[in-house]
Design a protein around this ligand. Structure first.
Ligand code: HEC
Length: 212
């Protein structure tokens, strides 16, 4: 899954790059050069866009409960492609550049996981700030929001990418820690991403809000 995601991201970057190159070439007044360049790009472009679309669709269908913004993304990309084709065929730079803008926008939406570029955040749940572990729980909720929310959800009951419901988990603290650090199945490991304090805060947060 992580591999497919990496391939998808790389092909998305290359896809954008080929559009940018075309977006520049289209301004050329030298027609033979233009035709030759477009022809040269054609083959790599086909391979890149096919890889981009196939990995994207694969991810969309294997994700399980895909977030709504993914459909928005797909729709925009599907719109951008004919726009670019028309732009190139009729030599209308504007069309091509609008389609480039759409792709750039989709990039931003993908990175933030939202069509409005606002990262979904998880706020501290019920705590009035007087509890002794307030600060650690706050760090924990932040770590959860950054790293776990997208698959396990706000309430710890989402099963995206085949994730397990945290609220129903019966793992021992040791086993749970090893899954968080090493990963399992579609879940990546977080040993390189979290320091000791973050890990312990996260565990405290999970114990308080997502345990039976
Ligand atoms: C890319 C999606 C994804 C992300 C991000 C993710 N997980 Fe998971 N998680 C999974 C999947 C899938 C499983 C099921 C693994 C299996 O058993 O094959 C899982 C399983 C678990 C389990 C084991 C539950 C059980 O009872 O077996 C725990 C605990 C867990 N995740 C915690 C976390 C925490 C904490 C984070 C954030 C640091 C996190 N996960 C981030 C997908 C994810």
């Amino acid at each position: 899954m992580e591999l497919i995601l990496s391939i998808h991201k790389i092909s998305a970057g290359l896809f954008l790059l080929t559009y940018l190159v075309k977006g520049v070439i289209i301004f050329s007044k030298n027609d033979p050069f233009k035709q030759k360049s477009f022809k040269l790009i054609k083959m790599p472009e086909m391979v890149i866009s096919a890889t981009f679309l196939i990995t994207g669709l694969y991810l969309l269908f294997s994700i399980g409960e895909p977030p709504a913004y993914l459909y928005g993304k797909l729709l925009l990309v599907v719109l951008a492609i004919p726009l670019a084709v028309i732009g190139q065929k009729r030599s209308k730079p504007l069309f091509l550049w609008i389609s480039i803008l759409i792709i750039v926008y989709v990039f931003g939406a993908s990175e933030t996981g939202s069509l409005t570029f606002k990262k979904e955040k998880i706020e501290m749940l019920a705590d009035d700030g007087s509890g002794e572990n307030y600060e650690l729980l706050n760090i924990g909720s932040h770590v959860y929001g950054e790293n776990c929310l997208r698959c396990h959800g706000r309430n710890g009951d989402l099963e995206r990418y085949g994730a397990k419901k945290l609220i129903e988990s019966t793992l021992s603290p040791e086993k749970r820690r090893s899954i968080i650090l090493e990963g399992k199945g579609n879940m990546p490991g977080f040993s390189k991403k979290l320091d000791q304090k973050e890990l312990e805060s996260l565990e405290l947060f999970l114990d308080k809000y997502y345990s039976q």
